[in-house]
Design a protein around this ligand. Structure first.
Ligand SMILES: [Zn+2]
Ligand SMILES: [Zn+2]
Length: 346
């Protein structure tokens, strides 16, 4: 085994710096020195649900960038020194219809998650990117294109691909009308990507002082989502509504904004929802969701972002301030993503 250092959960709000074991490199593995790891809402949920006394060890972190430091003998895509990015899945069965379609994120036998997953070969629990080293199959690592800042690019690997997949699969392009509900980690990247794809893009947020940010990100319009007169006036106006609001909320106002044959894509709140069928019937509207991305879409997303200069707005903190990052994320006090600098783990 290889020994590294990382941040392991000791309670719902606490992590402790500790040494961690990584597996020895298998033939198709690469070792990655993790330089930057984003702090995702999923990390908060995982910590909240974790019982350090009974559960397998928890090391969060599933959107990171770094540098290849070692390669197994069968690795062909990477060499030591390459810049690399890893997202929230690190393996899949490779044989089911979803994997064959390049949608490893929907693998029928469930993709191996970057942390809290079960390794397909040795059954161990995967430990995430809040650490100085990660060992991953080369197939689930991606070259980090030149020109992308490694800190600002880290959140592309979860938040970014989560909004990229629905935008692409719903055919967003020049002439599309897109609304982004909620301007946070997911939403701010959805705005940048939709604008770069050529869509006319509006932001709906209840935080009025995000108006300037919305326009800086490229949005053509900003609507205070608590203004019922404005939201009602947006009826049937958008081909795609990307709903990134993470708290449970009423979908009806957003469904009414969807144009005929358009889609509401629910990405932020993944629990039970209530839908009035009439809100779908009138205008043949669709309700959809998506999560993460397959390997082809992830690679495409990184190239697109490099070509268009898209990355996250990040606040970089030394990894020793992980508790601060989690605490502020819990209070939505970040514009728009925390990224941990792992170099203090040396
Ligand atoms: Zn995530
Ligand atoms: Zn599969």
């Amino acid at each position: 085994m290889r020994t590294t250092t990382g941040w392991r959960a000791t309670g719902p709000t606490a992590l402790r710096r500790t040494s961690l074991e990584r597996r020895d490199l298998r033939p198709d593995d690469i070792a990655v020195r993790v330089d930057h790891c984003g702090v995702c809402h999923t990390d908060l949920h995982a910590l909240h649900d974790h019982d350090p006394h009974t559960d397998a060890p928890l090391v969060p972190g599933h959107e990171f960038t770094g540098v290849v430091t070692g390669t197994g003998p069968e690795v062909t895509a990477f060499s030591a020194g390459d810049r690399v990015a890893v997202g929230n899945i690190v393996d899949s069965c490779g044989a089911c219809a979803m994997c064959e379609a390049g949608q490893e994120n929907f693998c029928h036998s469930f993709p191996t998650l970057t942390y809290g997953g079960t390794d397909r070969r040795d059954g161990s629990t995967t430990l995430g990117g809040y650490s100085r080293e990660y060992v991953v199959r080369e197939a689930f690592a991606y070259p980090l294109p030149a020109g992308l800042d490694p800190a600002a690019a880290a959140p592309l690997m979860c938040a970014g691909v989560t909004v990229w997949e629905p935008l692409r699969s719903l055919g967003v392009g020049p002439g599309s009308r897109v609304a982004v509900a909620g301007l946070g980690g997911l939403g701010h990247l959805a705005v940048r990507m939709a604008v770069a794809l050529g869509a006319t893009t509006a932001v709906f947020s209840r935080t009025r002082d995000k108006r300037d940010d919305a326009h800086r990100l490229g949005a053509h319009d900003f609507v205070d989502s608590t203004d019922t007169r404005r939201t009602a006036a947006a009826r049937d106006s958008f081909d795609v509504v990307v709903d990134t609001v993470s708290a449970p909320h009423d979908l009806a106002p957003y469904l009414r904004m969807v144009a005929m044959d358009g889609t509401l894509s629910l990405l932020g709140h993944l629990g039970p929802v209530t839908v009035e069928a009439m809100d779908l019937l009138v205008g043949r509207k669709r309700l959809s969701s998506a999560g993460s991305g397959g390997r082809p879409a992830t690679a495409e997303m990184l190239r697109f972002c490099a070509d268009h200069g898209i990355a996250a707005d990040v606040e970089v903190l030394p990894s020793s301030q992980v508790d601060t990052a989690l605490d502020r994320l819990r209070r939505n006090d970040v514009r728009y993503r925390f990224v941990l600098d792992m170099s203090d783990l040396d």
